[in-house]
Design a protein around this ligand. Sequence first.
Ligand SMILES: [Zn+2]
Length: 60
Amino acid sequence: MTTWDVTELPNEKCPQCGAEYKVKYKSLPLKDKDKFVCSCGNTLREWKETGMYMYEAINK
Ligand SMILES: [Zn+2]
């Protein structure tokens, strides 16, 4: 039985278009290689680690 921990991280703002995202980090049993690209095309984060980042757009 594995419980995957989800950590809430500070919100991030895209420096290019100003969109705000709620960020969560989730531990994974395997290495994840991925990235998050803003809807404007700007790469906000790239990672290669045993976890993943989840971005959720904050609508204002
Ligand atoms: Zn953007």
